[in-house]
Design a protein around this ligand. Sequence first.
Ligand code: WTA
Length: 656
Amino acid sequence: MSQPTIESILQEKRHFDPSPEFSANAHIKSLEQYQELYNRAKADPQAFWAELAEKELHWFKPWESVLDWENPPFAKWFTGGQTNISYNCLDRHLTTWRKNKAALIWEGEPGDSRTLTYAQLHREVCQFANVLKQLGIKKGDRVGIYMPMIPEAAIAMLACARIGAPHSVVFGGFSAEALRDRLIDGEAKLVVTADGGWRKDATVPLKEQVDKALSEGVPSVKDVLVVKRTGQQVHMEPGRDHWWHDLQQGVSGDCPAEPMDSEDLLFILYTSGSTGKPKGVVHTTAGYNLYTHITTKWIFDLQDTDVYWCTADVGWITGHSYIIYGPLSNGATTVMYEGAPRASNPGCFWDVIEKYGVTVFYTAPTAIRAFIKMGEHHPNKRNLSSLRLLGTVGEPINPEAWMWYHRIIGGERCPIVDTWWQTETGGIMITPLPGAIPTKPGSATLPFPGILAEVVDLDGNPAGDNEGGYLAIKHPWPGMMRTVYGDADRFRRTYWEHIAPKDGQYLYFAGDGARRDEDGYFWVMGRVDDVINVAGHRLGTMEIESALVSHPSVAEAAVVGKPDDLKGEEIVAFVTLEGNATASEELNKLLKQHVVSEIGAIARPGEIRFTEALPKTRSGKIMRRLLRSLAAGQEVAGDTSTLEDRSVLDKLREGA
Ligand code: WTA
C-alpha cells in the first residue's frame, strides 16, 4: 500500500460505471442529465441558483438580488431575502410525515445510544435557544462550542443558528491554548462544553481545558454551559459555569426561528493556512444553507429511506456541512458516532453500520488505510449489505485504498464519491454524482453543477490535458466563504490575488495542485502551500513552528511533511537549540509534548531532528524543499545554488 505518486496516478486506467439499478432511482440519473445541469448552470449561474433556492429552501422574505459581485472578491448571495437554517433543518419538516422520523441517531463510544425524531430535536433546540437567550445571548453574539460528539453539540449549533448567534466550534482535540486563541479572536461571549467525552476507551477532560483556556482571562466570555457526559469531577466556577441540565429545567420548548438576512453571519470556523495564525473562515446564512442542502441531496443521493452516516467530527467543516446542516435540511436521518476504531473494538464502525442499517457511508482515506491494516476480517464478520453508496473526503485517496473500499466495504455494488472541497468552499466542489458520473479510482472526477473549476498557472493560464497546475475556481458559488473573520485583507490576498486577477476576473486559489485528464477528470495532488495534511487534518507548518519556538530551549524550527502510508503525511520538525540547551532524547520528548499542549495531539511531530543550522537562502528564507527531501530520505534534487552555506546541507545529511 503506498501513497498516490504521480506515476501511480498517471497509470490509473480503471473506471467504474454506475449500475443501471442505482441510476434508475438516483436524483441525477445519467451523464447527459449531469451535463445538461452543468451547462445550464454555466450559461446562467444566477438563474440556476435562484431556481434551486426557490424550490429547496423556506424563505421568510424573498431575495431581491441573486448575486452581488460588484466588489470582488466579496460576494453577496440572495440579498434582501430572509431565511433561517435552523428552520430549514427542523420546523419545515414538522408539518410533514417526517415529524416523527429519526433526525439524529447517536451512538456513544461506551455503547449508549439515543435517537431524536425531528419533533424531539426541534423541542430540544428550542429549549436550548431559550437558555441562551436567558443568559443574554442575542443575535450577532458569538458562541464558542467545544464539545465531544454528542447530540448536544448539534443541538447547540442549531440553537445558535435559530437565534442568529454565530457559532465558533473548536475541535475537542485542540488544546486549551488553541481554544483560547480562537475564543479571543472570535470574541465569544459564551462557551458550550461538556465535563468530558469518550475517545478510544478513555475520557477527554474538556471542561478542564476550558478552565485552562479561560484562566488567563478571555474577557469576552461571561458564561460557560456544561453538559454532563462522562460524570467526571469538574470544577464549576460560581457565577460563570452552569450545568446544561439545570438551566434546561422548565424552559419552554417553543422558540420561533429568527428571520435572518441572507448574508448574516452563520458561523466562524478556524482553519490552518500558511501563516502561524489560524484563519476564522466566515460562512453566512442563505448561500451556505442552499449549497450544503443541494450538494448533500445530489451527491449522497439522499432518499427518504436512507440512513446516512458521516464519520467526521463536528469540530471540522465536514461535520458542520455533512453531519448536521446538509442532511437535516434535507429531512434525512443522520448518524452521529462518538467513538473511533480502537484496540478494544477495531470493528466498531462496522458494528454501527450493521446496528442501524446504514445505507450511505462517508469517511476519510486515512481511516480506510487504517482499516486495511487492521484486516478485512473485521468488516467481513459484519453484515454490511445495507450499504448502497460510499464517500471519501479529506485527502487524495490512493487507488489501492479505493479498490479495497469498493471491494470489501462496498461489496462491488456501491458507487464511491471521492469529494474534493475545503473549509473555505463550504461544501463539496468536485465529485462524482453517483448515478451519473463514471468513477476512476483516485480521481474526484468532475465539478458540481455551478462550479467552474480549472487547473491554471499563477498567471491564470489554463494548463493542458494532464499538465500539473493550481486548482482554481472561476465564478463565485453560494457556499463560498465570505471573508476571514476580522481580516478582509488576508481573505483577498490569500485566496483571490494569489493568481493575478486579469481584467476584473478573479480566480479563487484553493492551495491544491491538480491536473485534469483527457476526459476532463480532476486528479487532486495535495497542497502546494505550507499546509500539511496529517490523517486528514489540516495543519499549518508555521503554527507548529511557532509552537516549537515558544519553548525556551528552541532557537529555530522548520516543519515539513513526510509521506506516510497511514496518515498520508507525518510531521517532521528540524530544530536548532538555544546556546545553553543540549539535544537529548528527553528534550525530544518534551518538545513533542510541548506542541501537544500548544496545539493539540493532532499536531504532535512524528519526528524531531536536532540540527546545528537550517538550510537558508541568502535572503534568509528556509529552504523547505531541501528539508522535505531529507525528511523523506531522498537525495536532495534540484537547484541548491541559492543555499547560503552548503556545509549546512552536509551536516544535515550526516545527522540523518
Ligand atoms: C484536501 C476538508 C484530495 C485538500 C473538507 C484540501 C482533498 C484540504 C480531498 C481541505 C479529496 C479534501 N481529494 N484532497 N477528495 N478533500 N482534500 O479545509 O488538500 O479540512 O485543500 O476541508 O483537504 O481541508 P479542510
